[in-house]
Design a protein around this ligand. Structure first.
Ligand code: UT7
Length: 336
C-alpha cells in the first residue's frame, strides 16, 4: 500500500525516541574463534565490526523497557496515558502473551491496547503505519511503538552465513498528534513467495519444537543470503522512489536517510541508486550489526542524540526483512 497522508486532517508525528543495547559486545575477532571466518571478510562483505548480545536472562521485553522509558520521557508522556502499545519483534518473550502486553504492564500502561506485530526487519515501519492510522483517526492519542530483538537466541552460532550478521537491541518511539510537520507518507508491501529465503522453521504450528526439530536445528534462523541480498537491493530503491514520488518530493528534499542496517553494501547500493548525498545517511551497522526491527528506531535515537534531527528535518526511512516484507516512511521531524 502507498499513500501521501499529508493532506489528512490530523498531523501525526514522533514526539520522543529511545534506545537500549545490551552491554556485552561480540567483536569480529570473537567470531573468528567460533566459526571459520575473518574480521576482514565480515567487514568488507557487511560493514559490521561488532554487535551487542543480550544476557542469558534478558528477553525482548527487558530490552524494550529502558528504550520505551527513554522515549516516553523525551515525549513528556506519562506511561499511564498511553492508549496503544505496539511491539514489533521476531523474538517475543514467548509465543503468548504478547510482549506488547508484558511491556505495557511493566511500564504501568494498564488498559492500553497492546499487542505484537511480526514483519521481520520491517516491523518498526509497519508499527509506525499502524500507530499513524490509529492516531490520525482519533482512535489513539498517545501510542508507543517499539522494535525489540534478541536475535542471538535464535541464531545458529555454528552457521557462519548468518551468525556474523545479527545483534540484539531495542528502540522505541512515541507517536502523537503534532501541530506542525509529521508523517507525510508510507509505502509498505510484502512478497510471501520469498518467505522460505529468511525464516525460523520450527516453533510454530507448522513444525512444533520436537526433538526431531532440534536435531535439524530448525529452531534457528535459516537464510538464503544471496537471494535476500538481491531482493533488498532492488526494493530499498523502488520503495523509497515510489514513496517520494507519491509525496511530490525528490531525493534532494531528504535531509536524513535512516535505512534498516542489514548490510552496508545494501545501504551503499540504495544511496547510490537513489542519488542520495552519502553525508545524509545514518550508519551504525558497524557497532550493532543487524538488529532487525530495532535497527531504525536505534538509528533515530542516535540521530536525535547527535543533533541530526531538528525541527523541520525531512527524514526518509526504509526497511526490508522476513516475509519478505518492505516499507518506507517519509516525514518532517517536529521538536517540542
Ligand atoms: O535484514 C534482512 C535480512 N538479511 C539480509 O539482508 C542479508 C542479505 N544478505 C547478505 O547480507 C549477504 O548475502 C551475506 C553477508 C549473508 C553473504 O555475503 P555474500 O557476499 O552474498 O556472500 P556469499 O553468500 O555469496 O558467499 C561468498 C563466499 C562463499 O564461499 P565460496 O562458495 O565462494 O567459496 C561463502 O561460503 O563467502 C563464504 N562465506 C564466508 N566466508 C567467511 C559466507 N559467509 C562467510 C563468513 N566468513 N562469515
Amino acid at each position: 500500500m502507498i499513500g501521501n497522508v499529508s493532506g489528512n486532517g490530523i498531523a501525526v508525528g514522533i514526539t520522543g525516541v529511545g534506545a537500549y543495547a545490551p552491554e556485552k559486545v561480540l567483536t569480529n575477532a570473537d567470531l573468528e574463534t567460533m566459526v571459520d571466518t575473518s574480521d576482514e571478510w565480515i567487514t568488507t562483505r557487511t560493514g559490521i565490526r561488532e554487535r551487542r548480545i543480550a544476557a542469558p536472562e534478558q528477553a525482548a521485553s527487558d530490552l524494550a523497557l529502558p528504550a520505551a522509558r527513554q522515549a516516553l520521557e523525551a515525549a513528556g508522556v506519562d506511561p499511564k496515558e498511553l492508549d496503544l502499545v505496539v511491539v514489533a519483534t521476531a523474538t517475543p518473550d514467548m509465543l503468548f502473551p504478547a510482549t506488547g502486553a508484558l511491556l505495557a504492564e511493566e511500564l504501568g500502561a494498564r488498559g492500553a491496547a497492546a499487542y505484537d506485530l511480526l514483519a521481520g526487519c520491517t516491523g518498526f515501519v509497519y508499527a509506525l503505519a499502524q500507530a499513524y492510522g490509529a492516531v490520525a483517526t482519533g482512535l489513539s492519542r498517545q501510542a508507543l511503538i517499539v522494535g525489540t530483538e534478541v536475535l542471538s537466541k535464535i541464531t545458529n552460532w555454528n552457521d557462519r552465513g548468518t551468525c556474523i550478521l545479527f545483534g540484539d537491541g531495542a528502540g522505541a518511539a512515541v507517536v502523537q498528534p503534532v501541530e506542525r510537520g509529521g508523517i507525510l507518507g508510507f509505502e509498505l508491501g510484502a512478497d510471501g513467495s520469498g518467505g522460505p529465503d529468511l525464516c525460523v522453521p520450527a516453533g510454530g504450528s507448522r513444525q512444533p519444537i520436537t526433538s526431531g526439530a532440534l536435531e535439524e536445528e530448525a529452531q534457528f534462523i535459516k537464510m538464503n543470503g544471496a537471494e535476500v541480498f538481491r531482493f533488498a537491493t532492488r526494493i530499498m530503491v523502488t520503495s523509497a522512489e515510489e514513496l517520494l514520488a507519491a509525496c511530490g518530493a525528490g531525493v534532494e528534499d531528504v535531509d536524513l536517510y535512516v535505512p534498516h542496517q542489514a548490510n552496508k553494501r545494501i545501504i551503499d547500493h540504495a544511496v547510490k541508486n537513489l542519488g542520495l548525498d552519502p553525508g545524509k545517511v545514518l550508519l551504525n551497522i558497524d557497532r550493532y550489526g543487524n538488529t532487525s526491527s530495532a535497527s531504525i528506531p536505534i538509528g533515530l535515537a542516535e540521530a536525535r542524540e547527535d543533533g541530526l534531527l531538528a525541527e523541520g528535518t525531512r527524514v526518509l526511512m526504509s526497511a526490508v526483512g522476513a516475509g519478505l516484507t518492505w516499507g518506507s516512511v517519509y516525514m518532517t521531524w517536529t521538536e517540542g
